[in-house]
Design a protein around this ligand. Structure first.
Ligand code: GDP
Ligand code: MG
Length: 162
């Protein structure tokens, strides 16, 4: 079986955009519509001559249980099935309480994590990415999933631990 790289993070941080960037095509649904996208979708992917399964998470709704709980639940399932994880945070927002919750799950899992500081569309936004050191997951990789900036570097980093 192929190794599994799961992409987790809060809604709207750019997970599906990153998946499409990695796949080189628009397959993952950006801006999930509740009820349309399934909770987890796996795609066969290849990078630098290595094949792996890429798992996009999402499709969760802002329901009564609260977005916080839903993110944690989805993250837990994805972490369980993954060999390595890309944890995506919106660098323009900075670390949120939900992100901190996910960090706890990641720590407990002991699985390798690469921290993606997404939406760093220009060099002057790299300072935003640096605020994510506070999550305690090591180096935040500045990425613009939308424009492709830094996506190759972070994928190299993820495959190095996959
Ligand atoms: P998901 O819910 O985490 O899967 O997020 P999506 O991939 O659906 O993206 C949510 C929104 O963020 C969409 O409007 C994307 O176009 C936007 N977005 C994603 N990546 C970037 C990025 O690198 N820069 C900017 N400026 N916007 C982004
Ligand atoms: Mg999505």
């Amino acid at each position: 079986p192929l190794p599994v790289l799961a992409i987790i993070g809060r809604p709207n941080v750019g997970k599906s955009t990153l998946v499409n960037r990695i796949l080189g095509r628009r397959e993952a649904v950006v801006q999930d519509v509740p009820g349309v996208t399934r909770d987890r979708v796996s795609y066969p992917a290849e990078w630098a001559g290595r094949r792996f399964m890429l798992v996009d998470t999402g499709g969760w709704e802002h329901d009564a249980a609260g977005i916080h709980a839903r993110v944690a639940e989805q993250a837990e399932i994805a972490i369980h099935m993954a060999d390595a994880i890309m944890f995506v945070v919106d660098a323009t927002v900075g670390p949120t309480a939900t992100d901190e919750q996910v960090v706890k799950l990641l720590r407990r899992s002991g699985k390798p994590v690469v921290l993606v500081a997404n939406k760093v569309d220009s060099p002057r936004q790299e300072a935003d990415a640096a605020t994510l050191w506070s999550l305690g997951l090591g180096e935040p990789w500045p990425v613009s999933a939308l424009h492709g900036r830094g996506s190759g570097d972070v994928l190299d980093a993820a495959l190095a631990v996959l």
